[in-house]
Structure formats: C-alpha cells, structure tokens
Design a protein around this ligand. Structure first.
Ligand SMILES: NC(=O)c1ccc[n+]([C@@H]2O[C@H](COP(=O)([O-])OP(=O)(O)OC[C@H]3O[C@@H](n4cnc5c(N)ncnc54)[C@H](OP(=O)(O)O)[C@@H]3O)[C@@H](O)[C@H]2O)c1
Length: 442
C-alpha cells in the first residue's frame, strides 16, 4: 500500500496513527456504520490498539438530516476513494454502478474495501478481487450475505480445516416472512406480500425478493466461497415463490414438511450444484423452524458435520455489525493481507445443470374423477424410471379430483419428461404444482 501521511506521522511520533474509514453511501447501512464508529470508538480503539476515524462520506443529497457532522459529507465520491488519510473504504451505496467503478478506484488508490453490496460482488467479484490481489489490498464482504449473521468469515477462517460439502440456507428475509405468514396464518401469497410491504419488509416492486434474484446473488457468493472456483450468477438455477399457493403450504404441513425458499450449494463427487427454489423442508430439520424475516444457513463440513448460523438477515445495525467486523479485522492488521480471507480462485466452477439434480418431488394435479387416472399416473412415472412414494386423492371438485403425490428420489430431467407426458394425457386437467422435496444431506 502506498505510504500515507498517517504512516509518516506514525514514524515521526512513534504512536499508532488513526485508521481512516471513508463511506460510499450513508443510507440504512451506512448510517448504522457511522453511528457505530462514533458510539463505540473507545471499544474499537481498545480492540485494535489505535483509533478509527470517520473520514469523508459520499451521499447524493447532503441536505438530508442524518445526525452526523455535515463536514463529513461530500457529493463527490471520488473524494472518498482518493483521500490520503482513508485506509478503508466502505461501499454501502448499492447497485452495480457507480459502486463497481468506485470500488476499483479505491483499490487502485491502495485502499482496503469493505462492502455489503451482494449484486456488485456476485456480478463483478472476479474483476474486483483480481484488482485487489494485484494491489495487495483486502476486499471483505461479510455484509453481502445474511445481514448480521457471520458466515463468510466462519467459512473462510473458522471452518478452514474442513472441505465444505454443502451450504443450504434461507438467505432472503422478505420471502421467509411471506412464507411464514402463509404457513402460520393460512394466508394467500398476495395478502402476505401486502402485509410485508406495509411493514417495510418488501419493496413496492418486490421482484428482487419474490423472484429470488436477491437470493441468487447471495448463493453465487456463498458457492464461490466454498467451491475452489468462482460461480457466475447466471449459473445459479433460480425459481421464485410467486407460484406457491395456500393449498401447497397446507399439503406440505400434512406431509410433515414446511415450504421454504431454499438456497443450496453442494459440492460432492466432483459435481457442483447451485440453486435457489422453493423446497419442502422436513419439519425435523432446524431450517424448518426459522421464521419471519430471520435468515439461517446450515453448513456441512467433512470434519465438523453440520453447523447452523441463524439471525437477522438485514436491518441497519445487524448489517452494520457485519460491516464493522470486517473493518476492524482489516484495521487490526493493515499491513498484512490475510491469505485465508483473500480470494484464491483461478477459474469458474463448472456448475451442473438442474436437469441432473437428484431429488424427491411433490406434485399436485387435477384429474378427471374417473377410473384409470391412477394407472395413467403410475405408467407415466414408471416409463421414466420414477417411483411414487405416496399418493393421495385429496378431494373432488366440479368432477375433478385433486391428487397429491410425493416421488422417491428421481433425476430432474426424467421428472420433467414424465410431467410433459402427463400434461398430454386426456385424464389430466392440469399439473398445479411441482415442488422439490429437500433431504438436506450432502
Ligand atoms: N438495508 C439492509 O438491511 C441491507 C442488508 C444487507 C445488505 N445491504 C446492502 O447494503 C447496501 C446499502 O443498502 P442500504 O439499505 O443502506 O441502501 P440505502 O438506504 O438506499 O442507502 C444508499 C446510500 O447510498 C447513497 N448513494 C446512492 N447512490 C449514490 C451515488 N451515486 N453517489 C453518492 N451516494 C450515493 C445514498 O445517498 P442519499 O442518502 O443521499 O440518497 C444513500 O445514502 C446495498 O448494496 C444493500 O444490498 C443492505
């Protein structure tokens, strides 16, 4: 890192100079970080042996009341990334641009970077980490996944003695709030979503959450963290929650499951798989009991077994807690890059197609209430090598029978072919739902 004025001050006085922290953004997370920096200054100084100083803070609107000394604010983010007294730049503005360019500029100026921006890391991690490695600076990203839950550092450092075979988690609080309301109150998706919006858990445009884009960014980051290769966002299979109905939630309960939007990254027998989709989770698994806006991530290591991290997946101070942890980790040893926390990837992961997934399936369909339907079902599945674990006719409506079945483990490609055959069968009116049943073992 180029020598700063503070380094020469250190040399002259023999005292450890302050570590300067600049902020790109001072919204929900940024303001939380600034407040922690000011309110916990003595504790932080005690922990790292030198003071942390809040330097320039870039915002779009300097007239907004934020309760900070206005002298910190600038409308020019380049002042943050080039400030000679700033050692660590915290990017919490969100979105891809100008965040990506500013992170790269900060790195070029020899600054360490901490970010909570999942989209910029998921999409441009390769460019950012390569630039950081070339410059010998750190890029820490704890706040990008799971809000306040420590997960990146535990995987990279505390669990470094393991081969991680699987991560399965609930990584989006908004959808977990919606699914919890549907499960516990029997609400439909629209009602639960409207309530989430009223409470500020869902945006007016909820697509990033309910179509699972947000969870996909997080799973690309987690998968890249556990695989020895980087995972492209486009290689993560994505399915949101918009097609789920109260009936599916009810049948899941009757069958001993809870429906969750699950992110899974699995690395077994040389196969890498990353996916986000609604899944039946057995009631006996701890993930089934993670409710409301909470997030939880279960990690399976070959030495440790399964460990689960649970907590607030978003929010001002939980996320600021993750960001400040990164800042303090870097500030405690500004001169030495921590190799464990660095990026050692050399290429992209060959992520397997969802077609090759082996899993169980729940299927709900409407069929004509007449003889031969069950035989037609059995034949269609048998033709593709799929056997049925349980099958129940749940009721009759307007001459149509609602049939719910769960298969034994089958290959996804075979399942799609069987469903296509069934859709063409004269006795089948419609295939209402198909949801994967997750065993949760790697
Ligand atoms: N909120 C959470 O609970 C949470 C949790 C985990 C991760 N994150 C991530 O953390 C990041 C920040 O989220 P947030 O909720 O804090 O966002 P936010 O409340 O919208 O704050 C964004 C901040 O960035 C500033 N900003 C945006 N564009 C700018 C530009 N071009 N130039 C200068 N300043 C700019 C805004 O300035 P003004 O205030 O002047 O408009 C605002 O202060 C995002 O990447 C998000 O995904 C958030």
């Amino acid at each position: 890192m180029p020598q700063t004025q503070s380094a020469s001050h250190e040399h002259a006085t023999g005292q450890l100079a302050p570590v300067g922290v600049g902020l790109l953004g001072c919204g929900t997370v940024g303001l939380g970080v600034a407040k922690l920096l000011l309110s916990h200054a003595d504790d932080y100084q005690h922990r790292i042996g030198r003071p942390l100083r809040l330097r320039r803070v870039a915002v779009r609107d300097a007239s907004k009341a934020r309760g900070l000394d206005p002298a910190h604010f600038t409308l020019n983010p380049e002042e943050v990334v080039s400030d000679p007294e700033t050692h660590i730049v915290v990017e919490v503005m969100g979105g891809v641009e100008p965040a990506r360019t500013l992170i790269l500029q900060a790195i070029a100026h020899g600054k360490h970077v901490v970010t909570a921006n999942k989209e910029v890391i998921a999409r441009h991690g390769e460019e950012i980490f390569s630039a950081a490695r070339a410059q010998g600076v750190a890029v820490f990203i704890e706040g990008t996944v799971g809000g306040g839950i420590p997960i990146i550092m535990p995987i990279k450092a505390s669990l470094a003695g393991n081969r991680i075979t699987q991560i399965a988690g609930i990584v989006n609080g908004t959808t977990n709030y919606i699914l919890t309301a549907m499960t516990q109150k029997g609400e439909g998706l629209d009602t639960a979503l409207a309530e989430a919006q009223r409470l500020g858990y869902a945006e007016a445009n909820p697509a990033a959450d309910v179509e699972a884009y947000d969870a996909t960014f997080k799973m690309a980051i987690l998968a890249s963290t556990i695989f020895s290769h980087r995972v492209r966002v486009e290689d993560v299979y994505r399915e949101g929650i918009t097609h789920l109905t109260a009936a599916d939630i009810r049948y899941a309960r009757e069958l001993g499951y809870v429906i969750k939007l699950l992110g899974v990254a699995r690395h077994t027998d040389g196969q890498m798989q990353v996916r986000v989709h609604p899944a039946f989770v057995p009631k006996s698994h701890p993930l089934a009991h993670v409710n409301g806006v909470s997030n939880a991530i279960a990690v399976q290591g070959d030495a440790v077994g399964e460990v689960m991290f649970q907590g607030p997946g978003a929010g001002q101070f939980p996320t600021a807690s993750a960001v400040m942890g990164d800042v303090l980790n870097i500030a405690s040893d500004l001169q030495h890059a921590n190799r464990l926390m660095g990026c050692l990837h050399t290429g992209h992961a060959a992520v397997g197609s969802i077609d090759d997934l082996f899993t169980q399936f729940y299927v709900r369909l409407l069929a004509k209430d007449e003889p031969g339907v069950i035989a037609a079902l059995g034949n269609a599945f048998a033709r593709h090598g799929i056997s049925i674990l349980s099958l129940v006719q749940k009721g009759e409506q307007d001459g149509l029978a609602e049939i719910v079945l769960v298969t034994h483990t089958a290959r996804e490609r075979a399942m799609r072919q069987a469903l296509a055959d069934l859709a063409d069968h004269p006795t089948i009116q419609s295939i209402a739902s198909v949801i994967r049943v997750e065993g949760l073992t790697a």
